[in-house]
Design a protein around this ligand. Structure first.
Ligand SMILES: *Cc1c(COP(=O)(O)O)cnc(C)c1O
Length: 345
């Protein structure tokens, strides 16, 4: 494999910084399952405070946050409403069906974001032979939508539909803090309309693992049963939770730097013949390479030969992600590589 000098494959590529490693090394720890890990408890308190919820639980992954939420909120045979691009539908190994016996009705939103009218139209009639609609799931920011931000107003409109039909609102907030920083709206304001939501620590926040799921005390207590059942309960996990504490203290505001670099990268490649950009709202830059005559796969390989790794999203679609382990010189290098590959096509 070629040496990668600039890795824009994903914000999951971030590695814990020296400061974060130091915080981990110094972390007070205890038995998490018994509620005796001070670092885990601190992280959960911070997350609950940040999102304005009663309680929170530390989880090994965002996927487990989504899956346990579905398990708590839904009964087998229930239906969830989610955008067709959602991680819940496309990237969790069919977990909602396999674990909770739940089916998902996909909505054809725009860049991962649907309207209240679409949500309302997706709610099923109450009839014996029709699955019960139980939950609306939204993804903030929308990953496969290109890092697009659900506007607060739109969330509130969808929440009104949920209220009208007695549905649960759940947020996959893997990159919710990117949305908060980019739009200058607090995490608590974004979280307000939701019964449950979670934030990923292992993406732009730079932690090695983990996510925090937030909601009412009653909900979190029920999630704990599933966390135990699925083997997600840990012991001295404060050593990783301390990375989360460090990240919430040090790595949230700096997400704005990732957004600035994403916009710069987009600006740098916007003039290249054959490249068509999606709008850039946060740290994700999607672009179409079809008019260069290359597929995304070949474009990806030619970039790798130049030491730059950018993800393949679709046949002609590429996905570049800025994060705390890339700087402006590397962004310039990546943009040059894109120009060279396009020019040589
Ligand atoms: C990464 C991601 C997840 C899953 O998170 P993990 O911590 O990798 O399990 C879920 N939803 C979205 C939108 C993501 O980007």
């Amino acid at each position: 494999m070629e040496e990668i000098n600039v890795d824009l494959h994903s914000d999951t590529q971030t590695r814990p910084s020296p400061g974060m490693r130091e915080a981990m090394a110094q972390a007070p720890v205890g038995d998490e399952q018994r509620g005796e890990d001070p670092s885990v408890n601190k992280l959960c308190e911070m997350a609950a405070e940040l999102t304005g919820k009663e309680s929170a639980v530390f989880m090994p992954s965002g996927t487990m946050c989504n899956q346990t939420s579905v398990l708590v909120h839904c009964q087998p045979g229930d239906e969830i409403i989610a955008d067709k691009t959602s991680h819940l539908i496309n990237s969790e190994s069919g977990g909602a069906a396999a674990l909770a016996g739940v089916q998902i009705k996909s909505i054809n939103g725009k860049r991962g974001i649907f309207t209240a009218e679409q949500a309302e139209n997706a709610v099923n009639m109450k009839k014996r032979n029709i699955p019960r609609t139980r939950m609306i799931e939204i993804e903030q920011t929308s990953n496969a939508g290109g890092g697009s931000i659900w506007p607060l107003e739109r969330i509130r409109e969808v929440a009104e539909i949920a209220e009208k039909f007695g549905l649960i609102m759940h947020m996959d907030g893997a990159r919710m803090l990117n949305a908060a920083v980019a739009s200058n709206i607090t995490a608590a304001d974004f979280a307000e309309s939701f019964d449950s939501l979670w934030v990923d620590l292992s993406k732009g926040l730079g932690c090695p693992v983990g996510a925090v799921l937030c909601g009412s005390s009653d909900f979190i207590e029920k999630v704990w049963s599933w966390k135990m059942r699925l083997g997600g309960a840990m012991r001295q996990s404060g050593i990783v939770a301390a990375a989360g504490v460090y990240a919430l203290e040090n790595n949230v505001d700096r997400l704005a730097d990732d957004h600035t670099l994403a916009k710069r990268f987009a600006d740098n490649i916007s003039g290249i013949t054959g490249i068509e950009l999606w709008p850039v709202e946060t740290n994700l830059v999607f672009f179409d390479v079809k008019e260069t005559g290359l597929t995304a796969k070949i474009f990806h390989e030619r970039l790798l030969e130049r030491g730059v790794r950018i993800g393949i999203k679709d046949e002609y679609e590429m996905r570049a992600v800025t994060h705390l382990d890339v700087d402006s010189a590397e962004i310039a290098q990546a943009a040059d590589a894109v120009a060279q590959v396009a020019a040589a096509a």
